[in-house]
Each structure stands twice: as structure tokens, then as C-alpha cells.
Design a protein around this ligand. Structure first.
Ligand code: ADP
Length: 478
């Protein structure tokens, strides 16, 4: 039986369905998920609109309890949901369990945050008047999510949206509708009023486009690729909708001559290759000071040779498959481009055969690359990273900043002075010192600069900016 869409509190079947395939074993059908028709997307938007006034007036206690319930169920079903996530997306089971735990914590965090919606009361510059600044819900939000974090990204958009009193229409990525459906089922059973949360599965060009262009949607939060994000921005801006975009990265990890080599190799391995390199925060540019270059490349190569690339749900697997054939083709195309550009492929880059037919790729490391090569300018989104040798710290910082992206960066050093200088001068929204560029907390802002992001930050209490609108009230004292 195919999984339906959640519209106005009802499970509604569609006319055709997405086949959700396991990337570790392409003979394994995870499930079928109905695509919402254009008319059904209209229904979902109308339901959210109709539910919005009453939902905005609910007490913070009501909303806190519902969000808490969702968070607790996600946590209680962590193992089962992690299995589903690993099966549909290809993260290893420990990685998947980490992501599910994060999704649960996010709901619990916003269950608390809903009680602390900020406001201000100030004196007026005129006599006998009080000024009060409050935050009100934006209204109906359209949430469009990518495939690489099938439950955490929906969670970090849906939880604050609901917490701050908005109604939601969620469109997950077609490759991974399973986790989004499970989340919708949990939200539905928690007892949210009909229409407050709606799930519509389908193509970006149909369902996504509709959310972006419909004037009944007040705000769009999107995570995905740069071209899609830019297109959404143009369309949404034309009709004056609020927009928040999280897009790509080409994140630098700088390894300085004074670095602890074990830490450097660990950060590079985790940041560039875990989760199959399919994270927008992945360290795809490894900028290494000449003095430690050979040692670093030898250490990372050795670590890569020890990785076990196999079925995401098999015990002992350290790197799961690439998500699908398209992504695998893209990764391998970039491996060829790197070779043609004159980079030295040190290890990996070849398709692997395993017991099951999956999209297995040996993690690839390029050396002797220059920052102006395409493999260092364009986001690959796979287990492919490049070493860019530099002569000193100043060059390392300049290379780190020489990119159109600005999501995350990292530096591995034992020098307090250089770490402090890097933190101050690197042009990214997030910066890591002696830590991998990927792997962030759930209670603090997430987001980038330059071409990586647009609009206000996601997560933590900074999420209030996007999911509320400010009202300034002037009241004459009686
Ligand atoms: P990726 O698939 O590489 O994560 P995309 O930007 O293609 O990146 O997709 C991210 C999300 O945006 C998905 O849910 C996708 O269906 C959706 N999407 C794709 N194209 C559009 C579009 N034109 N309008 C709105 N959403 C879209």
C-alpha cells in the first residue's frame, strides 16, 4: 500500500507514486509514496490558510506540549527511524541514529523555546506613551527540503515554524520521502489541529514551484542546490514572499604546519568523507601548509584505505553508498574533470562492486590541486576532496576565502594566535577550530555567507527571525 499525503488532517492518496529505492541495494524497494497532484497541493495550502488564525491564537503551553510529544516519540523510535533513514538515504546506521536523535532534540528544544518568544517594552520618546514590540507568526510557510538529511532538515524547519505559531506545507525531496512521511505521521498522531501541518510529496518542478508561486504562502524556507535556490529567490521575491535559503558549500579545512597531525587527519576524514561526503558542510578543499603536506597526505591516504564502503546498514560499514545514479555519475564526472585538469588522484574514485547492487564509490582524494580548478570551485557533493598545497598561513587564509561560497570553514593548528586570527578573518557563517567542518549542534544558529545562504539564520533562538514578524505597538498611558 502506497503512503498518502497529509492534507487538512486527512491521509489523501494521489494518482501516481514515487518509488523509494535503497541506494545500498537497488533491488530493495523501501516503499511507494504518493505524489500530490497540483489540485492537492492547492488543497494543502488552503487547509493551512484556514487553520492559521486559530493556530496563531493557541497558547504557548498548547504548542509546547505538542512539540514535546513529537520530540519524545522521535527519540523513543530512534533505532527504527535510523534504520529507515539508512535504508532510504545511505547513511551508516550510527550516522543515521545521530541524525534522528538530532531531529528529536530539535523538537524538544523548540518545545522549550516556544515559552520564551521574545518581545520588548520601551519608553516612548514622547510623553505618556508606552512602546511594545512583539513577534507574531508569519502565517503559512512552505518548507522545501533536500535528500541528504531526510529527517533533521525537515525537523529544523518544521519545529520552529510550528513553535512560533505558523501553519506548514512541507515538500520533502523525492529521493527520501520515507522519513518525512514518518515525521508527518508522528505530528498527525500527536494531535495538531487539522491543516496546521501538511505533507505533499512530489517533484520540485510541480509541487515545489506551486509553493513558491502561490500568494497564500507567506514565507519559503529552502535547503538544496544553488541553481534551484536562486530560481526560488527570484520567483518568491517577485511576489514579495519572505525567503530563507541554505545552499551549497565548498568548505575549506586549513591544516597548518604546527597542527597535531592525528587531529588533522581525523578532521579531514570525518569532514570530507563521512556521510559519503554528502553534506553541505563537507570539507572539500583541504588547504595544507607545505611543511606538513607529505605527512598529511600520507596519513589521510592510509586512513582512507582502511574505510569500509558497503551497505549502510551492515555492521562495520564506515562509508555508505552514494544516494543515487545521478549523484554517482556527477561524482565520477568530477573525478574525470580533476584528472583532466592535472590534479593527481592519490586514491579512490572508482566504482566498487559489493554483494548487493548499490551506488558504491571509493572515496577519492586529489593532490597537487590549485584553487582555480573546477573541482575546487564547484560543489561536487560526494566523497571527493582535494588537497591544495600552500606556502604559509597568509596564503592558506586567502585561498580559504577565495570562493563564491561561505558556509563553514575549519583550521587545524596548535597556535592560539593563528586560530584567533582565522576565526576573525574567514568569510564563513560557521568556523571550526580543531574540529571537522561538518557536525554542528542543534541549539545554535546554522548558516553561511556569500553564495551559500540567503536570509536570516536557521536553528537555535535565531530561528525566531524567519518564522515571526515584528509588530511595534504605541499605547497612550491612561
Ligand atoms: P538536490 O536534489 O541536489 O538536493 P535540489 O535543489 O534539486 O537539490 O532540490 C532540493 C529540493 O528542492 C527538493 O525538495 C526538490 O524537489 C526541490 N526543488 C527542485 N526544483 C525546484 C523548483 N523549481 N522549485 C521549488 N522546489 C524545487
Amino acid at each position: 500500500m502506497s503512503h498518502a499525503n497529509l492534507i487538512a488532517g486527512e491521509w489523501v492518496h494521489g494518482s501516481d507514486a514515487v518509488r523509494n529505492i535503497n541506494p545500498s541495494d537497488t533491488t530493495d524497494l523501501v516503499g511507494e509514496y504518493d505524489r500530490a497532484s497540483a489540485a492537492q497541493v492547492e488543497d494543502a495550502i488552503a487547509a493551512a490558510r484556514a487553520a492559521a488564525p486559530a493556530w496563531a491564537r493557541t497558547t504557548v503551553q498548547q504548542r509546547a506540549e505538542l512539540l514535546e510529544k513529537v520530540g519524545l516519540e522521535i527519540m523513543a523510535r530512534r533505532g527504527e527511524l535510523a534504520d529507515l533513514l539508512a535504508r532510504e538515504e545511505g547513511k551508516t546506521l550510527p550516522e543515521a541514529a545521530g541524525e534522528v536523535g538530532r531531529a528529536g532534540q530539535i523538537f524538544k528544544f523548540f518545545a522549550g523555546e516556544v515559552l520564551r518568544i521574545p518581545g520588548e517594552r520601551l519608553g516612548s520618546v514622547r510623553p505618556g506613551i508606552d512602546v511594545e514590540i512583539t513577534r507574531e507568526p508569519v502565517g503559512v510557510v512552505g518548507l522545501i527540503t533536500p535528500w541528504n538529511f531526510p529527517i533533521a532538515i525537515p525537523a529544523w524547519k518544521v519545529a520552529p515554524a510550528l513553535a512560533y505559531g505558523n501553519c506548514v506545507v512541507l515538500k520533502p525531496a523525492e529521493l527520501v520521502p520515507g522519513c518525512a512521511w514518518a515525521l508527518a505521521d508522528i505530528i498527525h498522531r500527536a494531535g495538531f489541529p487539522p491543516g496546521v501541518f501538511n505533507l505533499v510529496v512530489g517533484r520540485g518542478s510541480v509541487v515545489g514551484e506551486k509553493l513558491v508561486s502561490d500568494s497564500r504562502i507567506d514565507a519559503i524556507s529552502f535547503t538544496g542546490s544553488v541553481p534551484t535556490g536562486r530560481g526560488i529567490l527570484e520567483k518568491a521575491a517577485k511576489r514579495g514572499a519572505k525567503v530563507q535559503l541554505e545552499m551549497g558549500g565548498k568548505n575549506p579545512l586549513v591544516v597548518l604546519a604546527d597542527a597535531d597531525m592525528e587531529t588533522a587527519v581525523r578532521c579531514a576524514l570525518d569532514g570530507a568523507f563521512f556521510a559519503t561526503g554528502q553534506r553541505c558542510t563537507a570539507s572539500s578543499r583541504l588547504i595544507v601548509e607545505q611543511a606538513v603536506h607529505d605527512k598529511f597526505v600520507a596519513g589521510l591516504t592510509e586512513a582512507l584505505r582502511k574505510q569500509v564502503v558497503d551497505d549502510a546498514r551492515k555492521q562495520g560499514t564506515t562509508i555508505g553508498p552514494v544516494v543515487d545514479q545521478n549523484q554517482l555519475d556527477q561524482d565520477m564526472r568530477y573525478v574525470d574533470i580533476g584528472k583532466q585538469e592535472g590534479a593527481r588522484l592519490v586514491v579512490g574514485g572508482e566504482r566498487l562492486n559489493r554483494e548487493k547492487s548499490g551506488y558504491y564509490l571509493a572515496p577519492a582524494l586529489f593532490d597537487n590541486t590549485r584553487n582555480d580548478m573546477r573541482i575546487n570551485r564547484e560543489e561536487i557533493f560526494g566523497p571527493v576532496a582535494s588537497v591544495i598545497p600552500v606556502k604559509d598561513y597568509d596564503e592558506a587564509l586567502a585561498v580559504a576565502n577565495d570562493t563564491s561560497f561561505g558556509l563553514c570553514s575549519g583550521v587545524v593548528t596548535t597556535s592560539l594566535k593563528k586560530a584567533a586570527h582565522f576565526r576573525r578573518n574567514v568569510e564563513t557563517g560557521m568556523v571550526m577550530v580543531n574540529l571537522p567542518t561538518a557536525g554542528v549542534d542543534y541549539h545554535v544558529p546554522f548558516g553561511g555567507r556569500k553564495g551559500s545562504s540567503y536570509g536570516s539564520r536557521e536553528q537555535g533562538r535565531y530561528a525566531v527571525e524567519f518564522y515571526t514578524q515584528v509588530k511595534t505597538a504605541y499605547v497612550m498611558q491612561s
